[in-house]
Design a protein. Structure first.
Length: 183
């Protein structure tokens, strides 16, 4: 960098920093914004032989760069605050472990539901994996809600049998004796 250019940046640094501090309450962010403006100005100088476009005042142009940098920083913070809960894993669990657990759960789900019909698999996935309600599934697949309910019930029974879990008889059900049927 030539001496004239370095002198320009040094002599205007205080003004640029004061301007940046009026836009942010954080001195570090203000320093970063000024440094970004100086860098952009220097890059423009290297490419065009001037510190800013021909029709612009160099200090005014650098203040626009500072303002844009600070606005971008605020927007970034808002996005981070908005999406941080979605990016974090509950219970302080390691992200890699959470992803592995999710992949293993999905693989197990697909292994278990392989014996179901394709429609039953789709309904089961929407209900158990995605947590959708019967109404949502019925609307999504354009089928009656009663079809969704019966499919989930049949799938649940089939999966329980496959896992060796035997349903307990319902309290109102009575045992049918083979002799009484024949009599």
């Amino acid at each position: 960098m030539n001496d004239e250019l370095a002198g320009f940046y040094t002599s205007n640094r205080r003004d640029l920093l004061c301007y940046a501090l009026t836009l942010t309450d954080n001195e570090t962010n203000a320093e970063d914004a000024v440094a970004d403006a100086v860098l952009k100005s220097y890059e423009y100088y290297c490419e065009h032989g001037r510190t800013c476009p021909v029709d612009r005042d160099p200090i005014g142009w650098m203040k626009v760069v500072i303002r844009n940098k600070i606005i971008d920083g605020h927007r970034h913070q808002l996005v981070v605050q908005r999406y941080r809960p979605r990016l974090s894993v509950p219970g302080g669990q390691d992200v890699a472990d959470a992803v592995t657990d999710r992949v293993l759960a999905e693989q197990l789900f697909f292994q278990l539901t392989r014996s179901l019909t394709p429609e039953a698999q789709k309904i089961a996935y929407l209900h158990w994996a995605e947590g959708r309600s019967y109404t949502e599934i019925a609307t999504l697949l354009r089928i009656p809600e009663s079809t969704v309910r019966s499919s989930i019930t049949r799938s649940k029974k089939r999966l329980r049998r496959k896992l060796g879990i035997i349903d307990a008889p319902s309290p109102g059900a009575r045992a049918v004796n083979s002799r009484s049927v024949l009599d």
